[in-house]
Design a binder for this molecule. Sequence first.
Ligand SMILES: C[S@@+](CC[C@H](N)C(=O)[O-])C[C@H]1O[C@@H](n2cnc3c(N)ncnc32)[C@H](O)[C@@H]1O
Length: 267
Amino acid sequence: MEQNVSQELVEAGRGYESLFVPALFEQWTKHLIEGAGIEAGWHVLDVACGTGVLARQALSRTGSGGRVVAVDPAPGMLIAAREIEPSIDWILCSAEALELEDETFDSVISQFGMMFFEDRQKSAEEMFRVLKPGGSLAIAVWNSVDHNPAYADIIIVLQEQVGVAAADALRLPYSLGNTEEVTTLLDNTEFSDISVETMVETARFPSSRHMVEAELRGWLPLFDIFLSEAEIDDVLIESDKTLSKYANSSGEAIFPTSAHVITARKN
Ligand SMILES: C[S@@+](CC[C@H](N)C(=O)[O-])C[C@H]1O[C@@H](n2cnc3c(N)ncnc32)[C@H](O)[C@@H]1O
C-alpha cells in the first residue's frame, strides 16, 4: 500500500498516463496480450505496470472470471493506476522481489520496464517463480535507438545543447535493443520456447514540444539533471527545428517506433 506519497509524484503518474500512454505505449499492448495468448479466466501478472495500460487490456481479455495483478515500485504510478481501474490488484514492489506466491499466474507480461531493472537476471527468476507450469511470458523492450529515429534526433540535440549525461539518460530506454541479453537471461532461467518478434508501431504526440518538454522536465530530473528555464527554451528551439519533419498539418508529432516482443514458456 502506498502511504504518504507526495502530490508531485501522483501528478507525475497522472501526467504519464495522459501524455505518454496514448502517445507511445497503448499501441503495444495488443502485441503482448496476443504474444502471451491470454484467455478468459486466466490469472495474469503485469510487471513494471506504470499506470496500468497493459494490465487493463489483460483484464478486458481475462474477464470477470480471471484475475489481474500489477506491480511497480513507483507509488505515484500505482495511485494513478488505481484511480482508473480499482478492480486490478495494484502492488508496490520491484520486479526483483515480487511479493507474490510461487506458481500463481497463467501468464506474466511486462512492457517497456526491463531496461530499468537493476538486476535483470533476478527479475527473470522472479517471473519464472510466480508462473504456473505451462504458463506464458511476454516482454516488450525498445529496439535500439537507430530504429527509433525521433528519439535518436532528440538525443543528438541533448548531447549538443546539454551534454553527455543528458543524452545518456535518454539512451537508457533503448539499451536492450540487442535482444541477446534478454534471451540469454531467459535461457539461464530455464524458460523454453523463447522467441523474438520485432515490430513497428506509430507514436503520436500532440506536438514535438509536448514530447521534448516532458523529457526535460520529467525524465532528466530522475538523473539529477535540472535545466534552467533558459536552457529548456534553447533545447526546445533546437528540437522544434529537428523534429519538424514529423509534424502533420495539425502540428502533431507522428513517427515510427520499433520494439521487440519476446515470448517464452515455463515447462
Ligand atoms: C516506461 S514505464 C512503462 C510502464 C507501463 N508498463 C506502460 O507500458 O505504460 C517503466 C516502468 O518501469 C518501472 N520500473 C522501474 N524499475 C523497476 C523495477 N526494478 N521493477 C519493476 N518496475 C520498475 C517504473 O516505475 C515505470 O513505471
